[in-house]
Design a protein around this ligand. Sequence first.
Ligand SMILES: *Cc1c(COP(=O)(O)O)cnc(C)c1O
Length: 387
Amino acid sequence: MSALAKNYNRRKIAFKRGKGSFLYSTSGKKYLDFVQGIAVNSLGHANPYLINALNNQAKKVWHVSNAFIIPEGEKLANILKQKTFADYVMFQNSGAEATEAAIKAARRYFYSIGKPQKNRILCIKNSFHGRTLATIFASGSKKMTEGFGPKISGFDHFNFGDHKGLKKAITKKTAAIMIETVMGESGIKVIPDWCLKDLRKICNKKKILLILDEVQCGVGRSGKFFAFEYAKIKPDIVPIAKGLGGGFPIGAVLMTKKVAGAMIPGSHGSTFGGNPNACAVGLEVMKQIFKKGFLRNVEKSSKYFISELIKIQKDFPKIVKEVRGKGLLIGLQLFKDQKKFIKMLELNKLLTIKASENVVRILPPLNVRRVEINIAVKIIRKVCKKF
Ligand SMILES: *Cc1c(COP(=O)(O)O)cnc(C)c1O
């Protein structure tokens, strides 16, 4: 009997090792892993560069407090600054911590300019920003908040796609709009570029901040380093996490100079955030992702994979409702409940994971090979035939 709390409905498989896109179970089966720890292992399992980076760091220093300078963190923050909109970076350990720190930064900014009454965050109803008390109420999901009251106030909501509702929901007390550039858990719903451009304009006009949660879609997953780059806009605050450590826990909040100015010494902190091991691995992930042609290749893989999935949709129009996503954050929306479909894929040795709205979420490593995509396509087609 497991002593682990039952807050997860776990599948009955365990793995003894992984290599690239594949996982090997303790019962000797080989799986094509298109979950990758839910968009975390950006470079696949047991990547030799990441193993090296971790081993090298582990021999030197594991942990010191943020009371001291951490060179690995300085380097990682610098690369993030060089390659993105960000002027400053604040390290955390997870996605929820990063989104929560993003909320704190937005509120603190208005406090610092003498407008503390501007403290409400406007989010999409049934979005996902993590599982801390504040972030579950930010998500506005009944299921996630059930039994965890009293409600944390300070969050307002509008429905996905309801532009009028969004504009109406902005009040004098609104500090920021916080959305996922591509909504992951909620069913791989892409916010169109024109919407993002509009959002930026609205935020400028109302003098409020734009927080884009790229915890899932960021760090190359979309085919660009950030998914919002497609819209050619710049946000004010961006929390990231999942892909950044390639499997090692790390989160970060990226901020413009304007916002970061409010985060004065003592205003926020974290014991583990910016840990040398995490930053050394994160640094190596960045090195690999920014190698020439890497992101272009993610886009190519995505284009190929999605076109193959659209062929499947055309051949099985009564099973597959829609293929959607950006880069290698791909959703296959079914007409019926997707759980059985995911189980059938698993029995055929392809691992995927569900998202809301009957979506089968497909998350290969960013360095997935064409032959591996072909294996997945073949298995998905086979399952459609039997479904
Ligand atoms: C996963 C996720 C989070 C939460 O990350 P954790 O590391 O699980 O806390 C927040 N926002 C988005 C968009 C996510 O996908």
